[in-house]
Design a protein around this ligand. Structure first.
Ligand SMILES: [Zn+2]
Length: 147
């Protein structure tokens, strides 16, 4: 970590951002670091460079909630996360799964003991409560909406 800090002063800031945000895209990290109340400016290239170095060092991991961009979260061995991803608004909620070891043990069962799982990433996709409510309100037939 010391060698990483010497190379890039924004590394601890990016780590703090990911700790606070839980998971975030590079743009979300950039926006959070440059929010007006911080009175500081961190360049987008510094955020990209930090994310690249942190991922290379194994301290953060990419999570692909959609095919367009990765979100990143701190890598915590033994602490697996599951996520509910809204396909409409892209809001992500962390699910309180104690562990995903049954999924990980399936890897050994199906692929063999020579395969070693480092971490797993379990995502469930659907509509969040807000988007689902909006959709239901839009689906109400016109004759019911009047009066
Ligand atoms: Zn939603």
């Amino acid at each position: 970590m010391q060698t990483l800090r010497r190379k890039n002063r924004s590394l601890p800031l990016v780590l703090d951002a990911l700790h606070y945000l839980s998971h975030a895209t590079v743009q979300q990290v950039y926006d959070w670091l440059n929010r007006p109340s911080t009175l500081r400016e961190v360049s987008m290239s510094s955020v990209y460079r930090s994310v690249h170095l942190l991922q290379k060092a194994g301290l953060i991991k990419p999570l692909y909630f959609n095919e367009n961009q990765a979100s990143y979260s701190l890598r915590q061995p033994g602490n697996q996360q599951a996520h509910f991803v809204c396909t409409d608004c892209n809001r992500v909620r962390i699910l309180a799964f104690p562990a995903l070891s049954p999924w990980e043990s399936l890897v050994s069962e199906q692929l063999g003991e020579a395969f070693q799982v480092h971490y797993s990433n379990f995502n469930v996709f659907g509509l969040c409560d807000r988007c689902n409510l909006e959709k239901q309100e839009c689906d109400v037939p016109l004759s019911v909406q009047s009066f």
